[in-house]
Design a binder for this molecule. Structure first.
Ligand code: SF4
Ligand code: FES
Length: 219
């Protein structure tokens, strides 16, 4: 993981933080509130152009966690999500939304997170986060959930979700979660799963051990 570069934009009611390396230009912010988020302008974020309430609502749509905020009025801070969901994107990353602990291979908690985009093509220079390298390498992977294990569909996907980063291997999920296909049609509910992040698995989004054959390195 590279050193984070975080820029802060402070106004009376809200401070917006922007983590440059986490932004993959999904543009939820630009579409949602162009008067505040305008990549053609400097500074590109101007929080005084909308209310703290409007800005915080849009920031919650940022799927990568590149944007976060602190409220200085009596408005709500970001709530811890009551459910853990992993949305698979076609030819792109895994979008995670939940009460997440990101854990390094040696068991250290790296970060508490609510929104993040995890690389699944294997090429990101900012692993475990997506940095849009899937576009450069022409990564092809459907957003389907293929798995023949039985689903625990009555499971409520809440509580802490631990995401363990295996060295040179997958991300291992521990906790209650739901994985949703890109079309929203199929879901997998579970408490444990290993998700491919080398890009080579034949049963994506799950790991099938291919990372060993291809000598995947998380360095
Ligand atoms: S919504 Fe988040 S990831 Fe998308 S452009 Fe804005 S800051 Fe970047
Ligand atoms: S991480 Fe890709 S097959 Fe295991």
């Amino acid at each position: 993981m590279k050193i984070e570069r975080i820029y802060s934009y402070q106004e009376d009611d809200i401070t917006v933080h922007y983590n440059l390396r986490r932004c993959i230009h999904a543009e939820e912010c630009v579409r949602g509130l162009p008067e505040v988020f305008d990549p053609e302008r400097r500074p590109w974020i101007m929080p005084n152009n909308a209310t703290a309430e409007q800005i915080s609502k849009i920031i919650l749509r940022c799927p990568t966690g590149a944007l976060t905020f602190d409220r200085h009025d009596d408005g709500d801070e970001e709530a811890i999500p009551g459910a853990n969901t992993i949305r698979i994107t076609d030819n792109g990353p895994l979008y995670v939304h939940g009460n997440v602990l990101l854990i390094s291979p040696d068991g250290t908690i790296i970060k508490e997170e609510t929104r993040l985009a995890l690389c699944r093509c294997g090429a990101s220079q900012n692993k475990p986060y997506c940095d849009n390298s899937h576009l450069k390498i022409g990564f092809q992977a459907s957003g389907e959930v293929k798995d023949d294990r039985s689903e625990i569909s009555e499971l409520h996907p809440g509580g802490i979700l631990e995401i363990h980063l295996a060295e040179n291997g997958p991300v291992r999920l521990k906790g209650n979660f739901k994985i949703t296909a890109s079309d929203g049609n199929s879901t997998f509910h579970g408490t444990k799963a290993s998700l491919c992040r080398c890009g080579g698995s034949g049963k994506k989004p799950f790991c099938d051990g291919t990372h060993r054959k291809i000598g995947f390195s998380t360095e």
